[in-house]
Design a binder for this molecule. Structure first.
Ligand code: WT7
Length: 643
C-alpha cells in the first residue's frame, strides 16, 4: 500500500504522521525564528546550501530600488550544480529525458556524463569567442541540450537568455536585439503531437540582421547540420576538449536574463544574479517539494519560462537530485501519456500548472486508471490561481487522496517560489497559496500603501529585506524597473497581483494590471495589440481577456480597419499575423471588426467597457466617452457572433 501523506481534520487537509516523519520542515516556529532576523536566517541557509569559494563582506545591502545579497561572495553556479556531486554520486541520474515519439527510448544522463557534456560545450562556446559577461541566446525545446547549453554558460560566466521555442522568429529577433547575443543555440526542430516542428528555420530568420555570428544547431532529427553560419552541436562537442575550469564569479554577477511580458508592448529582460538565485532555488526546491535521496522530480514547465529554469533544471541539480523532462504534448499519443511517464519513471514529485490539470479533467478516467501513480509523494501547482474543482480533482485523481498539494505563488521576477505551505506543516487548502517563505514577508495593502485587514482585498507587496532570488533590474532599462516595481509603493516591491488573507494564509486572486495568463503563459494586452496593429490593414485595435474553462483566460480582439469590412478570411489572416509576430500561444480566440473603439476625451481606449460587454454586464462609465453611441453598435456585433 502506498503511504498516505495527508489526513483530513475538520474538513481540512494536514500532513500525516508519515509525512511528518520525512519532512525537512515540520515546526511552525521556523517562521517566527526566521522573521526575527531574516538576514541572518538567509546567511545561514546560504552557507549550508551552496559552496562558496570566497566570503562576502556584507550579507545584505539595500539602496532601493536595488539590493544585494552576499555581495563579493565568490562562487560558480555550475560547480554547485555538478562538480560538487561528481565524487559522491557521479553515477547518479541527473536528468531523465523522455522524447515524444514512443518509438524513441527514454535517456538517462548521470551527473558525470552531464558534467562531461557541459565542460565540452563550454569549450565550444569559448572557441566561438564567448567570454565572461557575454550573452548567449538559447532557443531550444525540452531536450537535454537545453540544460547542457545553459550550464555551459554558467560555467564560463556567460549569461544565458533562453527564448521559448514556440515563440516566433520575430519574437526571437526582438529578444536577440535587446541582448546582443553573438551566439544562438537552437535545434533543427522538435516533436510535438507526432509532428516535426521546425526550429532552425525560425532561428535563422530571427537571427538575420542581428548581432548573432554563429548558430549552433542540435540535430534532433538526426540529420547532419550544414549551412551558412550554422554549426553542428554534436560535431563541435566531439571536437572539444573535456576539461574546462569554472570561472570564479561574484554573487552579484548576472546569471541569466529571461524576458517576460510587462504592461507595454516590449518584453522586459528580467535580470537574475548568481548567489541569491542559487540560494533561493536550492532551499525552495528542497523544502517545498521535500526532496530526498532517491526522489524523481518532474516539473512539466518548459525551459522557456522561469519555472522550467528553476524547478525543471536548477533546483533539482543544486540539490543533487534527479529531474525528469518530457519533450512533447501532454496528450500524445493519448491522454494517458503523462501518467505512463510517472509510472515508468517512478516520479515522486510532480509540479504542474492549473491549466494542464483542467485539460486532463475533461478526459475520461480510463486513461488514468491504466497506470499506477503510487510513486507520487508531493504534488505542486503554479502559474495562476487554481480553482476548487481543479484542486480537488488533482488531489483525488492524481494524488489518490494521499499527497499534499503545494500551491506555489511566485513570478519570473522572484526567481523562485515565495508563497506556499510546506508539506510537513500545511494546511493544504484549495485556492490558497499559503504563507511567505521563512525569511520573506508579503503584506496586502490598499492604494495608499497601508496594510489592510484580514479578508480585505488589496495589492500584494513584498517587504524588506527582499528575497535573495529577486530580480536585479530590467536589462538595460532601469527606468522600467523603477516604474514597474517601485513607483507605486516606494519601499515595497509591487507584485501587480491582487490578494487577501484568510486565517492568516494568503490567497492570490490574479493580476491587477494588463497582463493575462493564457494557459499559464504570461502575455500583455499591449504586446498583442502591437502585434495586431502592425498588420497593414488595421487602423487600431484593443485586446481584452475573457475567462476560458481550460486556458484560464484567452485574448479577444476588437479591430478597426483602415478600410472595408472584416470577414472570416481577414480574421484568419490576423490570427496568422499574431502567430508570426509572437507565436501560437498568443492567438486571439475571437476577432470582432468594429467601426470604432470606446474612447475617452483624451483618446484612452476603455477596455473595461469592452470587457463588460463580453461578459454581458451593463457597461459603466459611458459618460466619460467621446463616442458613447459606439457601445450599442459593438454590443450588436458581439451578440451576432454568439448567435
Ligand atoms: C504571475 C507570474 C513563476 C511561476 C510561473 C509564472 C500568477 C503564479 C500563482 C499561484 C495564483 C499565481 C501571478 C503572478 N501566479 N503562481 N500559485 N496562484 N497566481 O510566472 O509568468 O512570471 O507569472 O503568475 O499572477 O504575478 P510568470
Amino acid at each position: 500500500m502506498p503511504k498516505k501523506y495527508i489526513v483530513k481534520k475538520q474538513g481540512k487537509y494536514f500532513p500525516s504522521r508519515e509525512m511528518k516523519e520525512i519532512a525537512w520542515v515540520k515546526d511552525e516556529k521556523i517562521y517566527s525564528d526566521a522573521g526575527k532576523n531574516p538576514i541572518k536566517f538567509w546567511e545561514e541557509l546560504a552557507k549550508k546550501g551552496i559552496n562558496w569559494e570566497g566570503n562576502w563582506k556584507k550579507t545584505y545591502e539595500e539602496k532601493l530600488p536595488y539590493f544585494y545579497w552576499f555581495k563579493g561572495g565568490k562562487l560558480n553556479f555550475c560547480a554547485n550544480c555538478l562538480d560538487r556531486w561528481i565524487k559522491k554520486k557521479g553515477s547518479k541520474t541527473a536528468l531523465i529525458w523522455v522524447p515524444e515519439p514512443t518509438s524513441e527510448k527514454t535517456i538517462k544522463i548521470t551527473y558525470k556524463q552531464l558534467h562531461d557534456r557541459v565542460c565540452r560545450f563550454a569549450n565550444v562556446l569559448k572557441k566561438q569567442g564567448v567570454k565572461k559577461g557575454d550573452i548567449v541566446a538559447i532557443y531550444l525545446p525540452m531536450i537535454p541540450e537545453a540544460l547542457i547549453s545553459m550550464l555551459a554558460c554558467t560555467r564560463i560566466g556567460a549569461i544565458h537568455s533562453v527564448v521559448f521555442s514556440a515563440f516566433s522568429a520575430d519574437a526571437l529577433k526582438t529578444r536577440i536585439e535587446d541582448g546582443k547575443a553573438k551566439i544562438l543555440v537552437t535545434s533543427d526542430g522538435y516533436y510535438r503531437k507526432g509532428k516535426k516542428e521546425d526550429l532552425v528555420g525560425k532561428a535563422n530568420e530571427g537571427a538575420e540582421g542581428t548581432s548573432v555570428k554563429k548558430i549552433i544547431v542540435v540535430p534532433r532529427f538526426g540529420k547532419k547540420i550544414s549551412g551558412n553560419k550554422l554549426l553542428d552541436f554534436n560535431e563541435e562537442i566531439e571536437k572539444a576538449e573535456e576539461k574546462c575550469d569554472c570561472e570564479l564569479m561574484n554573487s552579484e554577477d548576472t546569471l541569466f536574463i529571461l524576458y517576460t511580458s510587462g504592461t507595454t508592448g516590449k518584453p522586459k529582460g528580467i535580470v537574475h544574479d548568481i548567489g541569491g538565485y542559487a540560494v533561493q532555488a536550492y532551499w525552495t526546491c528542497k523544502w517545498n517539494f521535500n526532496l530526498r535521496e532517491g526522489d524523481v522530480m518532474w516539473c512539466t514547465a518548459d525551459v522557456g519560462w522561469i519555472t522550467g529554469h528553476t524547478y525543471a533544471f536548477y533546483g533539482p541539480l543544486l540539490n543533487g537530485s534527479t529531474s525528469l523532462i518530457y519533450e512533447g504534448a501532454p496528450n500524445f499519443p493519448n491522454a494517458g501519456r503523462w501518467w505512463e511517464i510517472i509510472e515508468k519513471n517512478k516520479v515522486s514529485v510532480f509540479y504542474t500548472a492549473p491549466t494542464a490539470i483542467r485539460m486532463f479533467m475533461k478526459f475520461e478516467d480510463k486513461y488514468l486508471k491504466k497506470y499506477s501513480l503510487d510513486s507520487l509523494k508531493i504534488l505542486g501547482t503554479v502559474g495562476e490561481p487554481i480553482d476548487e474543482d481543479a484542486w480537488n480533482w488533482y488531489l483525488e485523481k492524481i494524488g489518490n487522496g494521499r499527497c499534499p498539494i503545494i500551491d506555489t505563488w511566485w513570478q519570473t521576477e522572484t526567481g523562485g517560489t515565495l508563497i506556499n505551505v510546506f508539506p510537513g506543516i500545511g494546511p493544504f487548502v484549495p485556492t490558497i497559496a499559503g504563507k511567505s517563505f521563512p525569511g520573506t514577508k508579503h503584506i496586502i495593502v490598499n492604494n495608499d500603501g497601508k496594510e489592510v485587514k484580514e479578508g480585505k482585498a488589496g495589492s500584494l507587496v513584498q517587504v524588506s529585506p527582499f528575497a535573495p532570488g529577486m530580480l536585479h533590474g530590467v536589462y538595460k532599462n532601469p527606468k522600467k524597473y523603477i516604474e514597474t516595481y517601485w513607483k507605486r509603493f516606494g519601499k515595497y516591491y509591487d507584485t501587480s497581483d491582487g490578494a487577501y488573507t484568510k486565517n492568516g494564509l494568503i490567497r492570490v486572486t490574479g493580476r491587477t494590471d494588463d497582463i493575462m495568463k493564457v494557459a499559464g503563459h504570461r502575455l500583455s494586452t499591449a504586446e498583442l495589440e502591437n502585434a495586431i496593429a502592425s498588420n497593414g490593414k488595421v487602423r487600431e485595435c484593443a485586446v481584452v481577456s475573457i475567462p476560458d474553462k481550460i486556458k484560464g483566460q484567452v485574448p479577444v480582439v476588437f479591430v478597426v480597419l483602415k478600410k472595408g469590412k472584416g470577414d472570416a478570411s481577414l480574421e484568419k489572416e490576423l490570427v496568422s499575423h499574431v502567430d508570426k509576430k509572437i507565436g501560437p500561444i498568443a492567438r486571439p480566440s475571437k476577432v470582432y471588426f468594429v467601426e470604432d473603439l470606446p474612447k475617452t476625451r483624451s483618446g484612452k481606449i476603455m477596455r473595461r467597457i469592452l470587457k463588460n460587454l463580453l461578459a454581458n454586464k451593463e457597461p459603466k462609465g459611458l459618460m466619460t466617452l467621446v463616442n458613447p453611441e459606439i457601445v450599442d453598435k459593438i454590443k450588436k456585433i458581439i451578440d451576432e457572433k454568439i448567435k
